[in-house]
Write a protein that binds this ligand. Sequence first.
Ligand SMILES: *Cc1c(COP(=O)(O)O)cnc(C)c1O
Length: 378
Amino acid sequence: MEFETQVVYGANTLDPATGALISPIYLSTTFERCADGSYGGGYSYGRSGNPNRNTLESALATLEQGVDAAVFASGSVATLSLLQTLKPGDHVVAPTSVYFGVQQMLEKILGPWGLAYTLVDTTDLGALASALRSQTRLVLIETPSNPLLKVSDVRAVADLVHRAGAYLACDNTLASPVLQTPLTLGADFVIHATTKYLAGHGDVIGGAVITREINPLFEQLRLIQTVGGAIPSPFDCWLTLRGLQTLPLRVRAQSQTAQAIAHWLDQHPAIEAVLYPGLEHHPGHRIAQQQMAGYGGLLSVLVRGGQTAALRVAAQTRLFTQATSFGGPHSTLEHRASVEAPGTQTPTNLLRLSIGLEHEHDLKADLDQSLQSIETEP
Ligand SMILES: *Cc1c(COP(=O)(O)O)cnc(C)c1O
């Protein structure tokens, strides 16, 4: 089956009891045991499993071309749980520009607990190779990365990591499986903040880890998920499944509009640089062209005039809402440096733009009027 068909039928199983086309939300926390003590319906307790959650997990495994998935209450706890599968003394490599929440996890939660880690530019294969140690169990990459839009070569990184005897996890939040399937390029795990494009409507927080094969790390991850219980609610799962059905249509539209806006901003006098892998001068363009089927709906710009100018632009937009997160139908923009932890790598004149589902002309007009506000400034 093609992707467009999979998203529709993977998200809905015809309810055999009623014939309902849309799955009901199973709120029950507990499930009846048979006279012989077995669980006839395959479920025992809502922390260990729930029909909506299981449907979401199998839909995500299919879309990412993996064999299984574990879903979580947020993208952050999905990553945290994967890192918790490791033991004190193990070593992790992550990008210097990794999502700042993950950097905080490593520094403030898992580092003190005994997990060693190295942050390195994963777009530089030489630097990555020299960061690998005999204790390295897991390498984390994010491509394209948030918010610098750096592109790592998944196939080349996977080769290096596997030769060192480690696993590769790729955060695929920015691309979504519409544009990129890292498991087919050699990654062992895909991580998602389903909060963003997968759920797609800005109304549910969630995360997932999808695995290429059942291995000891995934088994431990399942244990952490069901014993710890950082699970999404049945309604969260239902909302995410509802969003998935329009995923390819949304992501392609957002990608196309983002590409047009990136080209236009690239020529704009108030903009110093546009970071978007769909632009030919982007350092990762060629790799992105090989491993992606489009460049996504997220881009960052460096505004001329430093932080003051960037903050002024963010305050002047009318259609773009100044707000965090991305992947929803509404375009948003954000000054990332001021929400990230002190010591962030993000330039202070950077604005991250999430392109929604509005018409390109309206979005350009809005950006243009807000950029003019800094050009006319003395
Ligand atoms: C948003 C995001 C996360 C965190 O997801 P939450 O659902 O907000 O916890 C992790 N990684 C990336 C790349 C993200 O964009």
